[in-house]
Design a protein around this ligand. Structure first.
Ligand code: ATP
Ligand code: MG
Length: 401
């Protein structure tokens, strides 16, 4: 992508109502544009980061047998009446008979009912990556808390509690992998079940000052406890707890039969007797992940994307008006693209200072500079975003790699 032509542009000014590091950096660096409280457009850089995160999540959900589906955002109110969740405060109701989905148990359970007849049809799991709507009273902290946001929600269906417990454990492990692949260390935290279930749920928390949750982490076994549970020692190992702040990037729930009761989701067991299906649900805040990564990975100059989720692999800069420099930079850009390397090419007519500052702000992992100086030294200059070291290398060496 050529920067001069991109819809993503950096800006020097910060909007006066910016309330968090992620909102400030992501807006200034051209990843998102705020449209209203808790509502954002994703510009090309931001869309690319989302796509990377979605890709990681898809791989991990497919690996635990999740089938990808897409349910509607506009859902029938009558379904929500069946579970008693029709008057939840955060629900947007665009018409008398519809609700904008803020979760999808009310859609997936009737959908499963169509498919499940006997124990032979179980277990299975299905997920979607989709926009959710919640009329959050405090839509602040940038993308950490949107009124419209992207979520991955997986639902699983089982014949026995043991089978559900086993799958729940697999989902847990796959969640650790997702967050690690996104460049984040996550902590498993026991919490209440909120509007979803009476059972304990498990949150995945990333430690950051920007996070809205207060959690206690065990110094010994690293298991966390949401402060709402009011405990003073780790209930698993007795270890000391340290209180800190976290951003909840995922949450998994044992739903029991709450939704299969509401929709009469049964299966015939081996003896031909009708039994209730057991369900689990597993959410990841996809857009909250973008914000959490931005909160964790930055310095005073801007963003520092982990390679796995960076919008581009290389930030290529050409400096000066020299025709030879322009030609060489164009040639490198073309060659890299032919090799399917994702490159942002800053070929704008502006000064070196501005180009370097923008490269640091945008935060792509590897910067390559072509100038008459680097050509004199025999090639181009490469530098990692998270290091001060610069190196001159021959263009063809890089292209070979
Ligand atoms: P929170 O406690 O932060 O309000 P929640 O517990 O209500 O979140 P869940 O229903 O568990 O959220 O949703 C699954 C995941 O979706 C959460 O773990 C979080 O990462 C993400 N999420 C929830 N609400 C929002 C929001 N308003 N904006 C962005 N992401 C969100
Ligand atoms: Mg939650």
């Amino acid at each position: 992508m050529k920067l001069s032509q991109s819809l993503s542009q950096t800006s020097k000014t910060v909007a006066h109502d910016t309330d968090s590091i992620n909102a400030k950096l992501l807006t200034q660096a051209g990843f998102v544009k705020k449209e209203a409280a808790g509502v954002y457009s994703y510009l090309p850089f931001g869309r690319r980061v989302l796509a990377k995160i979605e890709g990681i999540i898809r791989e991990e959900m497919n690996a635990i047998g999740g089938q990808e589906i897409l349910m509607p955002a506009l859902t029938p109110l009558e379904n929500w009446k069946k579970t008693g969740r029709d008057n939840v405060e955060i629900a947007f109701k665009p018409t008398e008979k519809t609700v904008l989905g803020w979760s999808h148990e009310e859609i997936i359970t009737p959908l499963a009912k169509q498919r499940v007849k006997s124990y032979r049809d179980l277990p299975f799991a299905a997920y979607q990556i989709q926009t959710k709507f919640r009329n959050e009273p405090r839509a602040k902290s940038g993308l950490l808390r949107g009124r419209e946001f992207l979520m991955k929600d997986l639902y699983s269906f089982h014949t026995t509690q043991e089978d559900l417990a086993e799958y729940y454990e697999r989902a847990k492990q796959s969640y650790f992998k997702v967050f690690e692949r996104c460049g984040l260390k996550s902590f498993l935290v026991a919490a209440g079940g909120g509007d979803f279930t009476e059972n304990i749920s498990h949150e995945f928390q990333v430690l950051t000052e920007a996070g809205e949750d207060r959690i206690k982490i065990c110094e010994k076994c690293e298991l966390g406890w949401n402060v709402e549970l009011n405990i003073s020692k780790c209930e698993k190992c007795g270890g000391e707890l340290r209180e800190t702040k976290g951003s909840e990037v995922g949450n998994i729930f044992d739903l029991g039969t709450k939704y299969s009761d509401a929709f009469d989701l049964n299966f015939a067991n081996k003896e031909g007797k009708q039994q209730k299906v057991l369900m689990g649900c597993y959410g990841i805040g996809v857009s909250r992940l973008v914000a959490t990564i931005a909160e964790v990975w930055n310095d005073e100059k801007g963003l520092i994307w982990p390679e796995s989720v960076a919008p581009f692999q290389i930030h290529l800069i050409s400096l000066g008006k020299d025709e030879d420099v322009k030609k060489e930079a164009e040639r490198i850009y073309k060659k890299l693209r032919e090799r399917n390397v994702e490159v942002l090419f800053d070929e704008r007519n502006c000064g070196a200072g501005e180009k370097f500052a923008d490269a640091d702000l945008i935060g792509i992992p590897l910067r390559i500079v072509v100038s008459s100086k680097t050509l004199e030294k025999g090639g181009m200059e490469i530098k990692k975003r998270n290091s001060e070291k610069v190196k001159i290398v021959k263009a063809d060496e890089i292209l070979k790699k």
